[in-house]
Design a protein around this ligand. Structure first.
Ligand code: SF4
Length: 460
């Protein structure tokens, strides 16, 4: 047994096969998952020309205003006890009018439902229709009450369906635009999209719409005229690509721009689709140049052990990128991975690397204590536990620079090497106990005490 788990959770940690997934969290377990509303916000928050209105208590709006470490402007109907008993329809109508009057140049209103709105059970869709007719712009319900699904992954699907039905699907039909692509499931974290765009431009291609890192009402309406959909995020990107293929006949390719080999393979697959085999030469050259730039960092990372735990769609592709850095992936997991996500990861990692689904804090802590990876990669929630244990932690989606494309790989190598080699971890209690024994620990305690006296602080 890798670590001790509750009997009901046994199948969620798998060393050789696919873990059990897409199931509700065990009641009482402190899951790292988010709710359906947050999943929808993860997909839609970056749409700049829409008003985002959270129909629920103000706490839901506060929770969902920060997405990928960025604070977005949201409105809230601020539902209270009175509305939960007598209904919040009037408050919603008023809030839509007020938000549009404050931002009259908005192209649409997105109305997100929450647990409270779901419990009241009023007809949000009808209210949105009436408001749309009165205001003359799309007012779109995003039906995502927090309790309405297994995890935030279901919220991603609800959001993608809303985009397809109300914006992409209602766009103007027309002849396909030459040399044009959409990117589905790319959120432009710290400039990732710009890196990808520069590479596509060297292939002579233009991005019409990136869902949703660069999605506007105008470019979503043109998205159905693309020649190819490039899927960069697993589950939701694939879902959207399949629907767009069925409805508009747009073919799609699933690729990854994380890692040198994956980026080169992605560009070659796209070049092959557009029948431009001559582009392969510069792709190889760029990949090699990036490898040379990353070399000073690779020496420091070779043979180090890394554990990954974050959103589902990037699991497989990031596992590939870390292996290219010369690191051994000792755990790969996600809060809400689906079967396809774990199949991708297993294909990349082979049998033997444990895959874990919906791990709770105690399981992660036990794994990290027992296996002591040299680097942990995950979301902000896991960061503090890692720091308490005394392990280097890399936040992903990243907070600093792009990780996508050839340049992104060099950034990833530099940041991972800086973290793994940072001397600060030698000061952590666990590290001292493990490596230097009690003597060093006593020295550390003396040093802390001295610091307290000198700085007049009660603790470090
Ligand atoms: S779980 Fe429900 S109440 Fe909590 S933030 Fe999500 S929508 Fe709001």
């Amino acid at each position: 047994m890798l670590i001790e788990t509750m009997p009901e959770r046994a199948g969620h940690l798998e060393p050789a096969n696919l873990p059990a997934c897409e199931r509700r969290t065990l009641p009482g377990v402190i899951s790292q998952r988010a709710c359906l509303l947050y999943g929808a916000r993860w997909m839609l928050a970056a749409i700049r020309d829409a008003v985002h209105l959270i129909h629920g208590p103000v706490g839901c709006a506060y929770y969902s205003q920060t997405v990928r470490q960025k604070i977005y402007k949201v409105f809230s109907t601020d539902l209270g006890e009175k509305e939960i008993i007598f209904g919040g329809g009037e408050k919603l109508e008023e809030a839509i009018r007020e938000a549009v009057s404050l931002f009259p140049r908005s192209s649409a209103v997105l109305v997100y439902t929450t647990c409270a709105a779901g419990l009241i059970g009023e007809d949000v869709e009808a209210i949105c229709k009436q408001a749309a007719a009165a205001l003359g712009l799309p007012v779109v319900p995003v039906n995502c009450p927090g309790f309405g699904g297994v995890s935030q992954g279901d919220g991603h699907d609800v959001a993608a369906a809303a985009l397809l039905e109300h914006f992409i699907g209602r766009g103007s039909a027309g002849t396909p635009l030459e040399n044009s692509v959409n990117i589905l499931g790319e959120f432009d974290v710290q400039g990732d999209l710009k890196e990808i765009e520069q590479l596509l431009q060297r292939l002579g291609l233009n991005i019409i719409c990136a869902v949703s890192g660069r999605a506007t009402m105008e470019n979503m309406a043109r998205a159905r005229r693309a020649r190819l959909n490039i899927v960069h995020c697993g589950r939701t990107g694939r879902w959207l690509a399949r629907r767009m293929e069925e409805r508009f006949g747009i073919p799609w390719r699933k690729v990854s721009f994380f890692g040198l080999d994956a980026t080169a393979a992605a560009l070659q697959a796209i070049a092959a689709f557009f029948n431009r085999p001559e582009e392969a030469a510069w792709v190889e050259k760029e990949a090699e140049a990036a490898r040379q730039r990353a070399l000073p960092y690779l020496g420091r990372l070779a043979g180090k052990r890394v554990a990954l735990f974050f959103g589902a769609s990037r699991m497989g592709s990031m596992a590939g990128a870390f292996r290219e850095l010369g690191m051994e992936v000792v755990l790969c997991g996600s809060q809400f991975g689906c079967q396809e996500d774990y199949t991708d990861s297993r294909r990349c990692l082979g049998r033997g690397t444990p895959l874990i689904d919906d791990a709770h804090q105690r399981e992660l802590e036990e794994f990290w204590h027992r296996y002591r990876p040299d680097l942990l990669v995950g979301g902000t929630r896991e960061r503090f536990v890692a720091h308490k244990i005394g392990l280097p932690f890399l936040v992903f989606p990243q907070e600093t620079s792009p990780y996508a494309g050839f340049n992104g790989f060099v950034h990833l190598a530099r940041e991972a090497a800086a973290l793994v080699g940072a001397p600060v971890w030698r000061l952590s209690k666990n590290e001292l106990l493990r490596e230097e024994g009690e003597e060093k620990m006593a020295e550390y305690v003396r040093c802390v005490e001295r610091g307290k006296k000198e700085n007049g602080r009660s603790s470090l």
